[in-house]
Design a protein around this ligand. Structure first.
Ligand SMILES: Cc1cc2nc3c(=O)[nH]c(=O)nc-3n(C[C@H](O)[C@H](O)[C@H](O)COP(=O)(O)O)c2cc1C
Length: 190
């Protein structure tokens, strides 16, 4: 199996826990992964600190890129990154991607992934949604992106906040095509 090259972009939407748990899971799946590049917005750092009470993103063994670093490998299609995950994805970032406004590394990389017909996963987070959000989601979907809303499920009967958040993270991992152990619904008796 070809090892994957993955970009993770973290924005300033609520839900830093999703980013943290995803980075942990990618770390655990390192045997299937060649490279993980991470880019965070300024708001992403602030919200992470506020919601999780730490700056533990600094502890991950991945290469972090400045949001203005257009020299990063995944800012070019020729670097052939397979997958980009934006987690959590703010409505602002969603709108800039839908509008083709590649004014930072996250939006440029999303633009590249779409033009190369590779996999773009937007873990969109806000509620309720206005018509602009919905239209932007439609535009990104029509361009080949995947909207994977940060909406947890409860049929696995999660007991902790982490288990609730993992129901979203496990769906993201499924979308990437990485092999992993996860709860799978097999009916009410299962
Ligand atoms: C604590 C906090 C929570 C936020 N939650 C959301 C959210 O869930 N969804 C959203 O679209 N924006 C949210 N925002 C606003 C975004 O951070 C803001 O629109 C920002 O400009 C997004 O830019 P970025 O995508 O470059 O991070 C939140 C801001 C703060 C301070």
């Amino acid at each position: 199996m070809m090892k994957k090259k993955i970009v993770v972009a973290i924005t300033g939407a609520s839900g830093s826990i999703y980013a943290k748990l995803l980075l942990e899971k990618l770390q655990a799946l390192h045997q299937q992964i060649q490279e993980v590049g991470v880019v965070m917005s300024d708001n992403a750092r602030d919200v992470w600190k506020f919601e999780l009470g730490n700056e533990s993103y600094q502890d991950f063994p991945f290469k972090f890129y400045s949001k203005t670093d257009f020299w990063a490998p995944f800012a070019s299609g020729s670097a052939r990154f397979d997958t980009m995950i934006i987690v959590p994805c703010s409505m602002g970032t969603l709108g800039r991607i839908a509008g083709g406004i590649s004014n930072d590394l996250t939006t440029r990389s999303a633009d590249v992934i779409l033009k190369e017909r590779r996999k773009l996963i937007l873990v969109a987070r806000d509620t309720p949604l206005n018509l602009i959000h919905l239209r932007n989601m439609q535009t990104v979907t029509e361009a080949g992106g995947i909207i994977c809303p940060a909406v947890p499920s409860f049929y696995s009967r999660p007991k902790t906040i982490e288990e609730v958040a993992m129901t979203v993270v496990n769906r993201i991992i499924d979308l990437t095509g990485l092999e992993h152990e996860t709860y799978r619904w097999s009916g009410p008796e299962g």
